[in-house]
Structure formats: structure tokens, C-alpha cells
Design a binder for this molecule. Structure first.
Ligand SMILES: [Fe+2]
Ligand SMILES: [Fe+2]
Length: 370
């Protein structure tokens, strides 16, 4: 007797949980007096500047579809500026804008979940009371970020799965036993990059709810990056050469993972699929972007391209911390040469960008009243 093939099973949805072995050494600290004043001040600021996602953002108004569509941007490319985009029917433009925003914000959301878990770990793992108190406030901040990004994406449609590079980065930070690695991987690299992107996206979008949401989130992120800089700045000078080298290697690996995640074929395929789902042939999109590359080029020159945040923000941070030696500079240059070519690598490597003195003021520039 031959068995008949049964009806094919429906595709199983992705499981709602994933596990990774977490590691840390929990440290008690018996001195409750302030020891690192800059961290105490940051803790006091964090308490002052708490906000409530449901109360302080205007969810009633919903998403302004026209505004989101008018400033559509694909991975830093100002597609909305092209004649090709402006010639598409509104429904198509909305469909693409909605799904692309959901895709990009989904990865921000997953990153926020990672930040939430790492901030909770830091409460245990950092060796000073000032550091623990501050990390407790960051844990609440990240919970709020998860909440508001999820609420915004819910109004757009679906949450997309995490990209592989971001997942690998978060796994590595969660699994690193030493708090200094967690702070370098999360506060310096991941949150440095997030702060840069959130601020840039805030400046560029005209959608009012997203603009306000990103302004509020960026203000918190400025503190989170500030914590990494101030705390690591306190301990890095006392590290042995071997410890310093290991931290530099970790910072480089985290950065490479994040950039690979943005450049991955899977990401590109996903973005192209968004266009075909909206009824636009992806090859028409690529051709149009090529034809109108002067428009695109102007914007890329302004933001420094895909590696802008690395040479313009992450490396200046590492340099200021004493975590950017000649060997690490060589690793970054090699990465750029392999992915962008020699000329671009020279340009990024010779960047003399410096970190803004006051991150909070940098985030607020022009948006003090929001
Ligand atoms: Fe966050
Ligand atoms: Fe953060």
C-alpha cells in the first residue's frame, strides 16, 4: 500500500521567542556615597527627564500618510526627491512608504529590546553604585522605547523579523561576561549608531508623530551614549594593554556586524520585495535612481553615506576613549576598502570628525520646543 501525500501544511509562523545564553558577574558595591560625579549627575538628569509614551505623544491624530510619503527615504537615499517617485500614484507611494518604515522601525524596535535586556544586565554587572543607579533609569528608558516603537509600527502594519547581523551583535553583547564589553558594544557602538540615525531620521521626516517620537527617544539615547563615554572614560586608562586591545577588537566586530546588517543581501532583497508588493518593478526603481543620481548624490554628500555614522560618530567616540589604536584603524580601513573601494576608504579613514561636546544640545538643535 502506498501512502498518499497529505494536504500541504500552512507555513508555520516564526516562533515568538528565541534564547541566548546570557552571562555576567553580578557585583555588590557597599559604598553608597557618590564616587563618579558625572554618573550621579546623569542619573539625576534621567530622573528629571522621564516622559510617558501614551500621554506625551499624540496617538489620537494617527499617522499623517501624506507627510510620511512626501519625505520617503530608503536607507539614506532621498527617493521622495526624485521625479520617478513623484510620478507614482499616491496609493503606491503610501504602500511603499508604510512597509519600508515598518521594516526599518522593526529593526530599531528589536534593537531597543536588546538595549532593554543589556541595561538590566548592567544594573548587576557594573562595579559602582553610581553606575547601577544610572543603569536602572536606562532600563526604564528602553522599556519606553520598546513601547513607543511597537505602538507606531502597529499603526503602520506588521513587525518584520530582526536582521541577522543585528541579532548576532545583540547575542554577543548579551553573552559577554564583562560589563566593559557590554558598554562598548551597546552604549558606544549600537546606541551611538542609533542616536545618529534617529536624529537624522527625525530631521528628515515630516510626519509629526514620528518626528516627536524620535526627538524624545533621541534625547534619552544621548544620555545612554553619554553614560558609555563617561563610565568607560573613567576605567579605560587603568586597563592593561591586553584588556585595551580586546575591547578595541570587540568594538570593531560590533561595528562590522551592524554595518553588514544594513548592507546584507537579505536586507536589499527585502526592500526590493516591498516595491514589487506595491506593484512597482524593482528594476524600474534602480534605473530611476541611476538616472536621477545627482539628486541622490547631494543627499549622500550631506550625510556622509552609509559609513557616515561610523567615521563621524563611532570612531571619534572610540578615539576619545583611548580605544582606537593604529591596529584598529587598520581594521576599519580594510573593512571600508573591501566594501566601498580604496578611494572611499581613504576618505573615511582621514575623517577628522569630532564628537559633539554636548550630545543633548546636539540632539535638541532646532527642536528645543518640541
Ligand atoms: Fe533606546
Ligand atoms: Fe538606549
Amino acid at each position: 500500500m502506498t501512502s498518499q501525500p497529505g494536504p500541504s501544511l500552512p507555513e508555520r509562523p516564526a516562533p515568538p521567542t528565541a534564547e541566548v545564553g546570557a552571562a555576567l558577574t553580578a557585583i555588590y558595591h557597599w559604598n553608597y556615597e557618590p564616587e563618579i560625579d558625572q554618573l550621579r549627575t546623569l542619573y539625576a538628569n534621567a530622573l528629571e527627564r522621564q516622559w510617558i509614551g501614551l500621554r506625551d505623544l499624540d496617538w489620537e491624530a494617527g499617522i499623517d500618510r501624506e507627510a510620511l510619503t512626501r519625505t520617503f527615504n530608503m536607507g539614506g537615499l532621498p527617493v521622495a526627491e526624485t521625479k520617478f517617485w513623484q510620478g507614482l500614484p499616491f496609493e503606491t507611494r503610501w504602500h511603499v512608504s508604510r512597509d519600508s518604515a515598518a521594516f526599518m522601525l522593526s529593526n530599531f524596535l528589536h534593537g531597543e529590546q536588546g538595549a532593554l535586556m543589556v541595561a538590566g544586565q548592567l544594573v548587576n554587572a557594573v562595579p559602582h553604585m553610581d553606575g547601577k543607579l544610572y543603569a536602572a533609569t536606562q532600563t526604564v528608558d528602553e522599556a519606553r522605547h520598546v513601547e513607543v516603537f511597537a505602538a507606531y509600527i502597529q499603526r503602520l502594519g506588521q513587525v518584520f523579523p530582526i536582521t541577522r547581523g543585528l541579532k548576532e551583535l545583540l547575542d554577543a553583547v548579551i553573552a559577554a561576561p564583562d560589563w566593559k564589553f557590554k558598554a562598548v558594544g551597546m552604549q558606544v557602538v549600537t546606541e551611538g549608531l542609533a542616536l545618529y540615525f534617529f536624529r537624522d531620521m527625525r530631521n528628515q521626516t515630516q510626519e509629526p508623530l514620528l518626528k516627536k517620537l524620535l526627538t524624545y527617544v533621541s534625547r534619552d539615547e544621548a544620555r545612554h551614549t553619554g553614560y558609555g563615554i563617561k563610565y568607560l572614560g573613567h576605567v579605560v586608562p587603568g586597563l592593561s594593554p591586553r584588556e585595551n586591545r580586546e575591547l578595541q577588537d570587540f568594538a570593531f566586530e560590533c561595528t562590522r556586524n551592524l554595518m553588514a546588517s544594513r548592507a546584507a543581501n537579505t536586507t536589499r532583497e527585502r526592500v526590493m520585495r516591498l516595491w514589487s508588493d506595491a506593484g512597482v518593478d524593482p528594476s524600474d526603481v534602480l534605473r530611476a535612481l541611476e538616472t536621477e543620481r545627482d539628486v541622490i548624490g547631494r543627499e549622500l554628500a550631506r550625510t556622509g553615506g552609509r559609513y557616515g555614522p561610523v567615521s563621524g560618530f563611532i570612531i571619534p567616540t572610540l578615539r576619545a576613549l583611548g580605544l582606537y589604536g593604529e591596529r584598529t584603524a587598520g581594521l576599519f580601513k580594510q573593512m571600508w576598502t573591501e566594501t566601498q573601494g580604496r578611494e572611499a576608504a581613504e576618505r573615511y579613514a582621514s575623517s577628522k570628525a569630532e564628537l559633539p561636546d554636548d550630545l543633548e544640545a546636539w540632539v535638541n538643535e532646532g527642536y528645543e520646543a518640541l
